[in-house]
Write a protein that binds this ligand. Structure first.
Ligand code: DAK
Length: 258
């Protein structure tokens, strides 16, 4: 069986790139593609030469959702037995920052995958939506939760209940994405942003990601407590000494992730 993703482990120093590659089906996320994506992410998460991972599709589509043809005939018990959530949960556990580079359609599971990433760089052609309601279901991989937290109840409710798409402009205005760039630059901009993060201490970056994400799952006090523990823990790293000494010595730090 041919693969549905293309992996470049070093597209920039310490930056990896995974391209979803089912162009004829607008990168519809079938089970095989999701499993390949999970396996590649786990491998890159364990690779010391990788600090940030960019996930993209192509110009026409980041991903137009889960594969409707593959899902159409399934029963509830099939869905239960396939347990796709295990794959999505594994992606949620990736410690290194994930940046989605989105051009064209990011719909349904495609929008949910982009939202599972930590930052989103969008081309001006990007369209985001949760159109599951139009095929008789509803979002199943975080679309009612992450979208609502990102854009607020009013817009999330409208998108989920009507299936309407929003433009890159509206996505930026509502806080769903980080920036919009011309379509010929979106991948370059995602790599540039990734490289900026990859220059920092990989330990501090991972703990900072973990701490920001904790804000969604905790009360303020619990979140502050979690943040404080990670902050203390970083004083056990060489990178903390290197970062602070480099500042005092007026030079660039060289972080090793130790
Ligand atoms: N699945 C399968 N094939 C798809 C597809 C999809 N989601 N989206 C597009 N394609 C296929 C089309 O069938 C077509 O194939 P051929 O007919 O050429 O063989 C080809 O890609 C090109 O699409 P179009 O001809 O439709 O292209 P247009 O430019 O005219 O339209 C479109 C583009 C994106 C507006 C349209 O294709 C469209 O509406 N696509 C479906 C969008 C959608 O409804 N997405 C939500 C799917 S449901 C879960 C995790 C995730 C999910 C659920 C559970 N668990 C963890 C349990 C997610 C669910 C979903 O995403």
């Amino acid at each position: 069986m041919t693969g549905f993703i293309i992996v470049q482990p070093q597209v920039r120093p310490f930056v990896a790139h995974i391209q979803l590659n089912r162009p004829k089906e607008l990168n519809a996320l079938n089970l095989q593609l999701m499993q390949e994506l999970r396996d590649a992410l786990r491998e890159l998460d364990a690779d010391e030469q990788v600090r940030v991972i960019v996930i993209s599709g192509n110009e026409k589509a980041f991903a137009a959702g889960a594969d409707i043809r593959q899902m159409a005939g399934l029963t509830a018990m099939d869905m239960y037995n396939i347990d796709q959530f295990a794959t999505w949960d594994a992606i949620k556990k990736i410690k290194k920052p994930l940046i989605a580079a989105v051009s064209g359609f990011a719909l349904g599971g495609g929008c949910e995958l982009a939202m599972l990433c930590d930052m989103i760089v969008a081309a001006e052609t990007a369209k985001f939506g949760q159109p599951e309601i139009k095929i008789g279901v509803m979002p199943g991989a975080g679309g009612t939760q992450r979208l609502t937290r990102a854009v607020g109840k009013a817009l999330a409710m409208e998108m989920v209940l009507t299936g309407k798409f929003i433009s890159a402009e509206e996505a930026l205005k509502s806080g769903l994405i980080n920036r919009i760039v011309p379509v010929d630059l979106y991948l370059e901009e995602a790599f540039r942003l990734a490289a900026e993060v990859a220059k920092q201490s990989p330990l501090a970056v991972k703990m900072a990601k973990e701490s920001v994400l904790r804000a969604f799952d905790s009360t303020l006090d619990e979140g502050l407590h979690f943040e404080r523990k990670n902050f203390y823990l970083l004083f056990a790293s060489d990178d903390q000494k290197e970062g602070m000494n480099a500042f005092i010595e007026k030079r660039e730090p060289v972080f090793t992730g130790k």
